[in-house]
Design a protein around this ligand. Structure first.
Ligand code: SAH
Length: 283
């Protein structure tokens, strides 16, 4: 679909794209080709698409894989997709918020996602014991954080969480002009693969839940020493009976110095989180 075709469809549907739902439709077939190249699809693939929109990508996915689960929250767009893609018997369409409930199992998530809820989408579909592969169009600043594992200035919560479950493979810039309406942010296409080996603490849903809470709790203090950050995190979850000395001693016993958070490597965080989890449990 090019810009004229998208504008024509929107006019026929009497539809004005909503900014609040991140409705920016793909109008550049070269970008579609990039997505498909990154996705390396086969008839074995079960794909989840988040925010199918006008279905430009959905249709290509349907031609190449075994099954596509596509979510579209907007009722008008959903009905349009249902009508236009009815010839495909390997599509299951959901007129639902992706953040609502548990999405079906898949081995790849391929989407031009609604940019405003990128973090929540990651949590919903990727932060699990066996995450799928991801080919995603996301905001460039977030992509840079995910890929900048060695640049500590850009090191943030999403750097740690994403890299604990997935390995970033490739990232390319995509011009905002490839979408209608043209978004005001810069975009990147990224590919992520599940890690071959997860830390033991990230193999169960309930410890993953603690891990995500731990990272969210310490990262606002990323320029502090880890002992201080953990103390503040424990305060926020009302575990004030554990003292800072106790925290630092426990870290020492496990061969961790009370360094600045940015001095730690990504693979340290699941272990740190496990240590604190056990400290709380036996406190
Ligand atoms: N993939 C399409 C559309 C991208 S725009 C394309 O590339 O052209 C993002 C789409 O996500 C919009 O159609 C919007 O309605 C939908 N969307 C926004 N929030 C959503 C949510 N929480 N759950 C499911 N779909 C959502």
């Amino acid at each position: 679909m090019n810009k004229t075709q998208v504008q024509f469809i929107l006019k026929n549907l009497e539809f004005t794209p909503k900014k609040s739902l991140g409705q920016n439709f793909l109008i550049n077939t070269a970008v579609l080709d990039h997505i498909l190249n990154f996705s390396d699809l086969s008839k074995k693939d079960i794909v989840l698409e988040i925010g199918a929109g006008l279905g430009a990508l959905t249709e290509k996915l349907l031609e190449k894989c075994q099954k596509v689960y596509a979510y579209e929250i907007d009722n008008v767009l959903y009905k349009n997709l249902l009508k236009n893609l009815s010839i495909f018997n390997n599509l299951r369409l959901f007129n639902k918020d992706i953040l609502d409930g548990k999405p079906p199992l898949c081995n790849k998530v391929i989407s031009n996602i609604p940019y405003t809820i990128t973090g929540q989408i990651f949590q919903k579909v990727f932060f699990h014991p066996n995450p799928p592969e991801g080919v995603l169009l996301i905001e460039k600043v977030i992509a840079e954080r995910i890929f900048s594992t060695n640049e500590y200035k850009k090191f943030s919560r999403i750097t740690i969480t994403v890299n604990s479950f997935l390995d970033p493979i490739t990232m390319i810039d995509i011009s905002p002009e490839s979408f209608y309406p043209c978004p005001k942010i810069k975009l990147s296409l990224i590919k992520l693969k599940p890690k071959k080996k997860n830390h033991d603490f990230l193999k169960k849903e309930h410890t993953i839940k603690f891990y995500l809470k731990f990272i969210a709790g310490i990262m606002p203090y990323k320029n502090k020493n880890i002992g201080n950050a953990i103390e503040l995190f424990l305060k926020s979850i009302k575990k004030t009976q554990i003292t800072k000395t106790e925290i630092i001693d426990t870290l020492k016993k496990n061969n961790f110095k009370n360094d600045k958070i940015t001095k730690f490597e990504i693979h340290n965080f699941p272990e740190l989180s496990q240590i604190i989890y056990n400290l709380i449990k036996y406190a």
